[in-house]
Design a protein around this ligand. Sequence first.
Ligand code: KG4
Ligand code: ZN
Length: 349
Amino acid sequence: MAGVSTTVLGIETSCDETGIGIVRDGELLADVTATSMDEYARYGGIIPEIASRAHLQQMVPTLKAALEKAGVGLGDLDAIAVTAGPGLIGSLTVGVSAAKSLALALGIPLYGVNHIIGHLAVDQLASGPFPESFIGLVVSGGHSSILHVRDIAGDVTELGGTLDDAAGEAFDKVGRLLGLPYPGGPHIDRLSRTGNRDAIRFPRGLEGGKNKARHRYDFSFSGLKTAVARYIEGLEERGEEVNVPDIAAGFTEAITDTLTDKALRACEDKGCDTLVVGGGFSANSRLRELAAQRGAERGINVRIPALRYCTDNGAMIAALGYSVAVSGRAPSSLDITVDTNMPLDLVAF
Ligand code: KG4
Ligand code: ZN
């Protein structure tokens, strides 16, 4: 990178949030987000075509707002980073097209980066540089993954992930069973705080026999979701009251118990003293509490970004783009495409 100072603009459009972040020398100057989430409550899920069109509409106003907030002009930018995957194809395409146009017009490098790794990279903005080697737990609407990170700019190994539903996805599905609005995650979180987490013990998944060893770092949440559905059906058949807070609390406990246990196990196995947790589901209050408590018991430092940096945002992409840019790695070509299933060991194209 030329010059003494490096300013990177990050563009995030993998799902429903249009996020623009600006990072200069590791410091966040601006982070502006627009979302089309309000449009999906009546459908019970994101409609990709609506999301793509919303990105198209929100891109330039969000960009202008971020530049203004940062007090930065387009000419001050040294690089453009953009989410190239994983995500929805139409949504990703709007962001990558905008990023290419900016990089080409300004004559600066483009970095097409991985959204999931961005969820970890954002933690550097508040808590400073990462240790040489750490374990990352990324829990979002589409992923529940355990990663071994030796270098956030280019050396990431996937240790395990979900065999079926992601944690956020399981929450959204159980939210629907409980009659809660979409997305159910934050509603279940709120309700579970008033419930008794020991009232109902739901299955943990991959708990016994061969599965336990074979899937040491993997998750399976679809059996749990079915168990919750059966439990509710049973109550209804018997004409008993459905205690939503207790179900929410028991379900939350099953998921957060497994996530924290397996992620901390990976830290011990790999000799890492730091666990970084990220992704939309890391906003979950019980996950944050349990990870901190169990980390302290096992002597592992648990880092979780502030709530607003857990769900999708532009700062995470600017943060990862900044790390990649200063690592000296070659920029992405201007003919990159998007990858809806971008592998988690690929930090940037
Ligand atoms: O990372 P994210 O914003 O988007 C994806 O990349 O998927 O994650 C969104 C997911 C949704 O499933 C949402 O229900 C979940 O994160 N979520 C939560 C909470 N806040 C958001 N799940 C549980 N508890 C929360 N407080
Ligand atoms: Zn995400």
